[in-house]
Design a protein around this ligand. Structure first.
Ligand code: RM4
Ligand code: MN
Length: 386
């Protein structure tokens, strides 16, 4: 039993966002931090540190154009040299003046064409980096009732998605992400999982839904969405982070570790933890006031803790209690697992992997934090360009 749990924890894979290593902030202020990467290569180098100390984060997601380079195959080779791989390619059709009224759903066909061309470019980049996933998030929507036709925008979205779908290679897929509100405040064109699911269903098997945990209304039962999409074979990936209010992009598991456990329980119950399930566990976070590399390490550890607790659920006991209609007994099985301190187990698993049992402390002692501050002088620090 514990051997299987340990093996599952050793085999877990978490994907890191390149943008987490750059400067970020709110719409009020972006705070620069010393030692922040200036190039995609430096972001990948920082991500490789997170993998070095956790052993379970070998993939780095890119964001185009933030991570634009001339030679993507070379960038992939650079990542491989550092022991990591390029993960999903995230499109960006939200930071151009042309997109004020939307990108792929813009009423102007010229702007729609421009946005679609960028999405196709992302498919090509994914082919060059050997990435399976092309991740699409649209800031498209409207701010005022009557501003545009809700239905026509859905038609334009469907058309754009099918153009991108047709460009996908054999082993590639579109990951479609939804968000309740922001930057559009009246309607978003992909506001929820139902909309994303319906579009993905029409597109075909190579289109799946992304659940960004921060993109829901307060009180939304995210684990229900997880269970439903898994059952339909339509859960492609997570963008993990946590929220107190809106799209806070705080460290996953910081605001509500119990919710993260409930999500991971659905994953484990459905046998979807293993990479072969096709579900990607990405982080989508911004570290605006905390140091970035340790924050990513902490985030990975938070996911590991929730996963270990989910793996500890006694499924035979849970099943028996559920069949017997034992409400309190079934709930107690889950709570027993959740209330277990799994930190000693994870420390042991790390030692089995040849890692330091305390990744945060090991990173702090490694000399890397001082090295990047002294070496990364001059140049332009990476940021999200807002
Ligand atoms: C969006 C969305 C995307 C992310 C950008 C930076 O809100 O969550 O996944 O790539 O932010
Ligand atoms: Mn996201």
């Amino acid at each position: 039993m514990t051997d299987a749990i340990r093996a599952a924890l050793r085999g877990q894979r978490i994907e890191l966002p390149s943008w987490a290593f750059g400067n970020s902030g709110t719409r009020f202020k972006v705070f620069a931090q010393p030692g922040v990467p200036r190039t995609p290569e430096e972001k990948i180098a920082d991500a490789a540190q997170v993998h070095k100390f956790t052993g379970v984060a070998p993939l780095v997601s890119l964001h185009i154009p933030w991570d634009k380079v001339d030679d993507y195959a070379k960038l992939a080779a650079y990542a491989a040299d550092l022991g990591v791989r390029i993960g999903g390619i995230n499109a960006n059709v939200f930071q151009d003046d042309d997109y004020k009224l939307g990108s792929v759903t813009n009423p102007d066909p010229r702007v729609r064409r421009k946005a679609i061309d960028h999405l196709l470019e992302c498919v090509d980049i994914a082919q060059a980096t050997g990435s399976r996933d092309v991740k699409l998030w649209f800031s498209d929507g409207t701010n005022y009732p009557g501003q545009d036709s809700i239905r026509a925008r859905q038609d334009r979205l469907a058309e754009a998605l099918s153009t991108v779908y047709d460009r996908l290679g054999e082993n590639q897929r579109i990951l479609l992400e939804y968000k309740l509100f922001e930057p559009a405040f009246y309607t978003m064109d992909v506001p929820d999982w139902g909309t994303a699911y319906a579009h993905c269903l029409r597109l075909g098997t190579k289109a799946q839904v992304v659940i960004d945990t921060g993109h829901h209304a307060p009180g939304t039962n995210i684990e229900f969405i997880v269970a439903f999409l898994l059952r339909e074979g339509k859960l492609g990936a997570f963008d993990l982070n946590s929220r107190f209010y809106a799209d806070d992009d705080l460290m996953v598991g910081a605001a509500d570790p119990f919710q993260l456990f409930r999500i991971m329980h659905e994953i484990v119950s459905a046998g979807a933890l293993d990479a072969s399930s096709g579900v990607s566990f990405m982080l989508d976070q911004c570290h605006t006031i905390e140091p970035k590399i340790p924050a990513q390490i902490r985030s990975v550890m938070n996911v590991q803790e929730a996963t270990a607790k989910a793996l500890l659920v006694d499924h035979a006991a849970l099943d028996a209690a559920q069949r017997a209609g034992d409400v309190l007994g079934a709930n107690a099985v889950l709570m027993d697992a959740y209330n277990t301190d799994v930190r000693p187990l994870l420390a042991e698993v790390r030692e089995e992997m040849g890692l330091n049992p305390d990744p945060v402390a090991a990173y702090a002692r490694s000399g890397y934090p001082q090295k990047i501050v002294s070496e990364r002088v001059g140049g332009k620090q990476a940021g999200w360009g807002a």
